[in-house]
Design a binder for this molecule. Structure first.
Ligand SMILES: Cc1ncc(C[n+]2csc(CCOP(=O)(O)OP(=O)(O)O)c2C)c(N)n1
Length: 655
């Protein structure tokens, strides 16, 4: 396609701006004004410039650690970028993110990323959001040749291909991953050739030819906008400098190779093309260069004048404010199982808010292996109730991307042990996204599914993993014990603007309890006193709650009055209710099913010791699983998970 003079000038300006921005960044890094590290895009300018020239404001991009060029090409302001690199409050992330996390949600720049290839699941989710909304917006997800060997790249390409998502996966093959040449790590004739395995187009282009990149991405964007699905584009290029500004590594490339590639300078090449083809005069190009220079000088001044962020800003950037709700006046209602109660919560929220959708393995056609999503497909259709491939990292990451792009995904992990496959997307992406971007974006994502033992599913299908998530700032952790709590808490989790880990207990799915028919929400961070007492405070979670109540009933016969508290949400934790109870009883027993070592009980014990040691009349006691993986054998499993008798014995030992 023949580009207008204005478009050509814009491409040229973008490339020059990217180059000069990173050259300036290097100077500022050497002068100590840019800290940590940054990865220069010099030499690769044609890729971002050519690709993003095809995009509209509503289109999304996700960048990489080498992402300044991606942001500039999508229209980011260089002054706010520079302020971010200097860690200042006027930066895109208010100084909390730095070079590797620059994002501009107003321009649908969903962030650079410090984790190699992690942007691909997120970009895939943004593509899903664009499709579910019925727009013709597309996403360009950048990644490197090193990133191409991450498992999530395979998963993302597969998912986008089966769901025909409007995505362009753009591999910047600069031929090295840090020090390691692509040829030493990468099988097959090319990265683009891998597209054939997914039945989508794969195109290899000269990444130093901005017009070639523009054309390849133009075709891919047109296909995506028409709803025909994703394309994999591989742009072959070369980075001129070292891996990062900090890296001071032994040589791994030859000077000759470096020289050869610098002779293929994408900017000089385009400049010659414009001048030789009489599409621009050298004088005009000089004018454009000078205006870039002026912009960058102003950007540096802007950044230097910007204030440093404060501790208050930092601390307040982790969580979005939780929704304010109050519990229903009555808990009376029909007897439902916990699975039915959860189903009602999902149904009610999907009725109420078209942005809510559900995805996970086997959640649609059969309604989930525990039946929690049963009937939702019939009611809301397959678009909003999606069976996924077995690609946990990527469908959770797609949930993150869709949430960032404005939807409210509820993602099921079929058995919570499988969450281990998703930890990057949960811990490095979902939990930190708001914070890394300066405390403004929201990530309204629920990750739910069954944990816990008791039904002989052995070591890889029975763990209780709440401590993993409690440890991560940015995540909300919910763990209901009754059908009533499960319904109201899931409603709140879906309405919350933070990523919520919603832990169900598989042995409780079939337990019954009264559940009000009306749609209701339970506040996050509010414990429930399941039984009042005055001698001992017993804090129990999930399957331990009914055992704690049974133990308390037994002990009452012995004249011991036990107060049983279910925190219901572990983050945020209702510290006040627990501390008030301990102040009254002077004794604390904590019961959970997770293994004792490093368990959530240790955190609570430490909290009470720090805050209320003077009111304690006895040592704090934890009743928890033995420090072993869950055994398969019946009686060994029983010997591992705390019983009602274990809890009662712990309490007797305190009196
Ligand atoms: C998951 C992960 N592994 C390793 C790293 C460390 N690291 C950062 S960039 C990089 C090389 C990436 O190579 P490539 O994807 O080709 O991108 P390039 O740096 O060449 O642009 C490595 C090993 C990381 N940040 N994340």
């Amino acid at each position: 396609m023949k580009l207008s003079g204005e478009q050509l000038e814009s491409l040229y300006t973008t490339m020059v701006k990217i180059r000069r921005f990173d050259e300036k960044t290097t100077e500022l890094f050497n002068a100590g004004l840019v800290k940590g590290t940054a990865h220069s895009y010099v030499g690769e300018e044609a890729v971002a410039a050519g690709a993003c020239a095809n995009l509209r404001e509503g289109d999304y991009i996700v960048g990489t650690h080498r992402g300044h060029g991606h942001c500039i090409a999508k229209g980011a302001r260089v002054d706010r970028m520079m302020a971010e690199l200097m860690g200042r409050q006027d930066g895109y992330c208010r100084g909390l993110g730095g070079s590797m996390h620059i994002a501009a949600l107003d321009l649908n720049i969903l962030g650079c990323n410090g984790i190699v290839a992690a942007g691909l699941p997120i970009g895939t989710g943004a593509g899903l959001a664009a499709k579910l909304r019925g727009t013709d917006n597309v996403v360009v997800a950048f990644f490197g040749d090193g990133g191409a060997n991450q498992g999530v790249v395979h998963e993302a390409l597969n998912l986008a291909a089966v769901w025909k998502l409007p995505a362009i996966y753009l591999c910047e093959n600069n031929q090295y991953a840090l020090s390691t040449a692509t040829a030493r790590t990468t099988a097959g004739e090319s990265i683009a050739a891998r597209a054939a395995a997914y039945g989508i187009p794969g195109v290899r282009v000269d990444g130093n030819d901005v017009l070639a990149v523009y054309e390849a991405v133009r075709t891919a964007v047109a296909r995506a906008r028409k709803g025909e699905g994703p394309t994999l584009v591989e742009a072959v290029t070369y980075r001129w400098g070292g891996h990062s500004m900090r890296a001071n590594l032994p040589e791994y490339r030859t000077k000759e190779e470096e020289r050869e590639w610098m002779e293929r300078d994408p900017i000089a090449r385009f400049r010659n093309h414009l001048v030789d083809g009489k599409r621009a005069t050298p004088i005009r190009l000089k004018e454009l260069e000078e205006s870039v220079e002026l912009d960058l000088d102003r950007a540096v001044e802007f950044a230097k004048a910007s204030p440093e962020p404060t501790v208050e800003l930092m601390e307040s950037s982790v969580y979005a404010t939780h929704i304010q709700v109050s519990e229903p006046a009555t808990r009376a209602g029909r007897e439902l199982t916990m699975a039915e109660a959860l189903n009602e919560a999902l149904r009610g929220e999907m009725e109420r808010d078209a942005r809510v959708f559900v995805m996970g393995e086997d959640v649609s056609l059969i309604g989930g292996i525990f039946g929690v999503t049963r009937g939702l497909r019939e009611r809301f259709g397959e678009d909003r109730v999606r069976d996924t491939p077995i690609s946990e990292a990527t469908f959770v990451g797609a949930g993150v991307g869709a949430a960032i792009a404005g939807l409210r995904p509820v993602v099921e992990i079929q058995i919570f042990d499988f969450v281990a496959l998703t930890m990057d997307q949960l811990v490095n992406q979902a939990a930190k996204f708001r914070y890394m971007l300066g405390g403004r974006p929201t990530v309204p994502l629920v990750i739910r599914g069954p944990q816990g033992g008791g039904i002989r599913l052995a070591a890889q299908h029975s763990q209780s993993l709440e401590a993993w998530f409690v440890h991560v700032p940015g995540l909300v952790v919910v763990a209901p014990a009754t059908p009533y709590d499960a319904k109201g808490l899931l409603v709140s989790a879906i309405r919350d603007d933070n990523p919520v880990i919603f832990l169900e207990h598989k042995a409780l799915y079939a337990t019954k309890g009264a559940v009000p028919e009306a749609h209701y929400a339970i506040p996050l961070g509010k414990a429930d006193v399941k039984r009042a007492g005055k001698d001992v405070t017993l804090v129990a979670t999930q399957a331990m709650v009914s055992r704690a109540l049974a133990a308390a009933a037994d002990l009452e016969k012995e004249g011991v009055s036990v107060e049983v508290i279910d925190p219901r949400t572990l983050v945020p934790l209702d510290e006040a209710t627990i501390l008030t109870s301990v102040a009254k009883t002077g004794r604390l027993v904590i019961a959970h099913e997770a293994v004792k070592r490093g368990g959530w009980g240790a955190e609570l014990a430490a909290l009470v010791a720090e805050r209320a040691i003077d009111v304690l009349d006895a040592p704090i006691v934890r009743v928890a699983a033995r420090n072993v993986p869950m055994p398969y054998n019946d009686s060994l499993e029983r010997a591992t998970i705390p019983s009602q008798q274990d809890i009662a014995a712990a309490i007797r030992g305190l009196l």
